[in-house]
Design a binder for this molecule. Structure first.
Ligand SMILES: [Zn+2]
Ligand SMILES: [Zn+2]
Length: 156
């Protein structure tokens, strides 16, 4: 169940991390494809973040190098390049527009405002889900204790 929660689909076929692999905390979007765990501070990247941070260190790398080094599929990289998702690559194909509010943007799908709102929403849902799960687990334990099932307890 946690595994299903960990990755949510964006509008394209790229995946983004939601739940920290290390501790199960909620990953908060930091911008440019980077996420940080609000519990333990671990950083994770989505496909875009992986490719972007690789490109920062290896300017001019080709698609197959990037794919081998980051583990992101070539198809996904080509898709991102085609959509002008990298500011290092000049936007020759006219103006991009935010898919939410229609404002002109340089790269990506959303303007910074809408992107932040989108991620805030996903994070809030993940937090609620996590709290529900924790509350349920806690409730379960208490009930076992309260209804006198102590004699069935195997561990001390
Ligand atoms: Zn964590
Ligand atoms: Zn917008």
């Amino acid at each position: 169940m946690a595994e299903k929660m960990r990755m949510l689909q964006l509008s394209e076929d790229q995946q983004r991390p939601v739940i920290c692999e290390k501790c199960g905390g909620v990953l908060v979007y930091k911008g440019l494809g980077e996420y940080r765990c609000e519990e333990c501070g671990e950083s994770e990247y989505d496909d875009y973040g992986k490719v972007r941070s690789y490109l920062e260190k290896h300017k001019g790398a080709n698609v197959s190098d990037i794919s081998i080094e980051t583990g992101v599929s070539r198809k996904s990289i080509r898709q991102m390049v085609k959509e002008n998702r990298f500011e290092v690559i000049e936007n020759r194909g006219g103006f991009l527009k935010c898919e939410m509010c229609g404002v002109a943007i340089k790269s990506g799908h959303f303007c910074p405002k809408c992107e932040e709102a989108f991620h805030k929403n996903v994070e809030a849902e993940a937090r609620n889900e996590r709290q529900r799960n924790m509350a349920m687990a806690g409730y379960g334990k208490e009930r076992t204790g309260d209804d006198g099932s102590k004699r069935y307890t195997r561990e001390r």
